[in-house]
Design a protein around this ligand. Structure first.
Ligand SMILES: NC(=O)c1ccc[n+]([C@@H]2O[C@H](COP(=O)([O-])OP(=O)(O)OC[C@H]3O[C@@H](n4cnc5c(N)ncnc54)[C@H](O)[C@@H]3O)[C@@H](O)[C@H]2O)c1
Length: 353
């Protein structure tokens, strides 16, 4: 079973991952357990977790509503309140059982409650297995901005059991694939070549292991996002703005869906900045469109996207700093992009989508 070493903790991947979790719980004596989940992971994943880890049978369960709207101050307060009412102390453990919403929110609550208590991630969506559960970024959405409030806090361990994916809806599976395509585009051409011909019966465990390995290599070099880790933001500068603008509307996009649009627009900017050539842009565009079938975003005005980007964490001193692919399989960070380049790329996306 693959075990990947990260920033002071292990990521265990495989069908026996929950057995490793059981051993972890026996070894580390916690005073109480709090399992954070949403209604879907409560139904589909919690029973499997309890069977494999009977130590958890008396845990306090904190159930959220599924979806991005739960990454809010309101649910943060609900979790803090439940921890207080149930006397959670410095030696309590939070177990985030769910997708990226649960691990971002649960990690944030754990890292702020009593100035930080231990938490572990048991990811259940493809996106959280391949990406969100690893690297220590936690956070919530605030004032209409994605991840505007958050912390860096490493979990004590991550246990990835790909069997959970059997109940994940197809749309959410594809959503997770988006981040896997991103990590290949920015850091590994060989894996991009494999993804170009991804079969429907591919091995999810192998895919997740590759993705975590690539992400982990980057985050251990730059845990606090000061330098090379910024390449993970490829597609996210524009993607987050689009995701934020459509949040809580009838056209709300999943995170990965917004990131695909972001990658397409930012790849065009990479062409304008001569970081990739037309052949490379065509290849990226063809594959992302074929696999993800992204929608137009012509209902959003340029000024609304522009206004949000000015607020983006990645914008400094009014200058847009983008992470852009530099040939396929490489990425440059802190590339200055101006308004005209952004405008042109968005307009082109809408014409071609
Ligand atoms: N911290 C990070 O490094 C990082 C990285 C990427 C994304 N993110 C964040 O992750 C979030 C998106 O994560 P997500 O796509 O996992 O969303 P999510 O947590 O909402 O999960 C997606 C959906 O799948 C359901 N689900 C999860 N596991 C299931 C299972 N095994 N069976 C059936 N249903 C299941 C959930 O209930 C939900 O409806 C975004 O908020 C994004 O900002 C964080």
């Amino acid at each position: 079973m693959p075990v990947i070493k990260s920033l002071g903790y292990n990521i265990t991947i495989g069908k026996d991952a929950l057995r490793s979790l059981s051993a972890f719980l026996k070894k580390n004596k916690y005073s109480s357990y709090f399992i954070i989940c949403d209604e879907n992971t409560l139904q589909f994943c919690l029973p499997k977790l309890i069977v494999s880890c009977p130590t958890l049978k008396d845990s306090e369960i904190i159930e959220l509503e599924s979806g991005e709207a739960s990454k809010s101050l309101e649910f943060t307060a609900h979790i803090w309140q439940t921890l207080i009412e149930n006397n959670a102390d410095k030696n309590s453990l939070i177990i985030n059982l769910g997708g990226g919403v649960v691990s971002d929110l649960g990690g944030f609550c754990a890292s702020t409650y009593k100035r930080g208590i231990d938490f572990i991630n048991v990811p259940t969506s493809l996106l959280s297995m391949a990406d969100a559960s690893v690297g220590g970024k936690t956070g919530i959405d605030f004032a209409g901005l994605k991840n505007s409030i958050g912390t860096f806090a490493q979990p004590k361990a991550v246990f990835v059991n790909p069997d959970f994916l059997t109940t994940l809806p197809a749309r959410h599976y594809k959503n997770g694939l988006a981040e896997i395509f991103k990590i290949a585009l920015i850091s590994d051409k060989k894996i991009w070549e494999q993804l170009k011909n991804l079969k429907s019966d591919h091995n999810a465990e192998q895919l997740v292991t590759k993705s975590i390995t690539l992400k982990n290599k980057i985050v251990v070099k730059d845990p606090l996002d000061k330098g090379v880790r910024k390449i993970l933001n490829f597609g996210h500068t524009v993607g987050h703005a689009i995701e934020s603008l459509l949040l809580a509307t009838s056209e709300e996009l999943l995170h990965g869906e917004a990131i695909v649009i972001g990658m397409l627009i930012e790849s065009n900017i990479a062409l304008q900045k001569k970081l990739i050539n037309t052949k490379e842009l065509n290849e990226v565009t063809l594959i992302l469109k074929k696999v993800f079938e992204p929608k137009k975003i012509d209902q959003l005005t340029f000024s609304s996207i522009y206004a949000l980007l000015k607020n983006d964490k990645k914008t400094s001193k009014g200058k847009f700093k983008f992470s852009l692919i530099h040939k396929i399989g490489n990425c440059k960070f802190d590339v200055e992009v101006n308004e005209a380049q952004l405008k042109k790329a968005i307009a082109l996306y809408n014409t071609l989508a």
